[in-house]
Design a protein around this ligand. Structure first.
Ligand code: GLN
Length: 211
């Protein structure tokens, strides 16, 4: 792992800075040369080796993706070439094929359809709005501090999707080839294991694709 990696955090809305920090720290902990930047223009997105879609508000993020010239198109292109992508919370929703809101039901929103999963938004209810719990994540280990903020859960997965973690019977982390989705916010936990897992997949992908 010595190739320089360029990692983008989709810089439209949500916890962009926190993800830049977590990924930068993860690179350092791995002794991996690389840089993490905020990206929002097509020409920036076409240059990166991996993309993080942060948590925030998925409907707003979808709207911004739809109205910014060329953005949806460049995201579709990088998805097509198999670029590693990690979506946390709202970012996972944006990557999903289908979603509905537990409180308001179906709501029209732009979804990239890259992860073959169905999402229930705001899945943990009102009194349980935001909470923390230690969770076990396959491929990473135990006792990851999961920070859930108006979090979604995954209610069904397609055949290509691997379930990485469950909390309270609900699926809270998944992986489909190079795409990782989490219900929680790994960028807020001070534990960079999830970002490291993602960076490993970027390094592998870059090597395999001579990118
Ligand atoms: N509830 C938000 C949504 O549906 C996600 C919350 C988050 O990203 N922390 O988009």
């Amino acid at each position: 792992m010595n190739d320089q990696l360029l990692i983008g955090v989709l810089g439209l809305q949500g916890d962009i800075e926190e993800n830049i920090k977590a990924a930068t720290n993860a690179l350092a902990e791995m002794n991996q040369i690389g840089k993490v930047i905020s990206v929002r223009y097509p020409e920036e997105i076409m240059k990166i080796d991996g993309l993080i879609i942060p948590g925030g508000e998925s409907t707003v993020m979808g709207l911004l993706i739809a109205i910014k010239t060329g953005l949806l198109d460049s995201l579709s292109q990088v998805l097509q070439k198999g670029l590693p992508i990690m979506g946390t919370c709202a970012g996972m929703i944006v990557l999903a094929k289908k979603s509905y809101d537990r409180v308001v039901g179906n709501k029209k929103q732009l979804l990239l359809g890259a992860l073959d999963i169905e999402i229930e938004r705001n899945s943990f209810g009102r009194q349980f709005d935001s909470f923390e719990s230690n969770i076990d994540i396959s491929g990473i280990g135990n006792d990851f501090r999961g920070i859930f903020i108006r979090a979604p859960s995954v209610i069904s997965v397609g055949p290509q999707v691997q379930i990485l973690s469950k909390f309270d019977e609900k699926i809270v982390a998944v992986q489909q080839e190079n795409i990782i989705g989490t219900s929680f916010h790994p960028e807020l936990s001070g534990d960079n294991r999830m970002h490291k897992l993602f960076i490993e997949s970027i390094a592998k992908w870059k090597k395999a694709n001579n990118h």
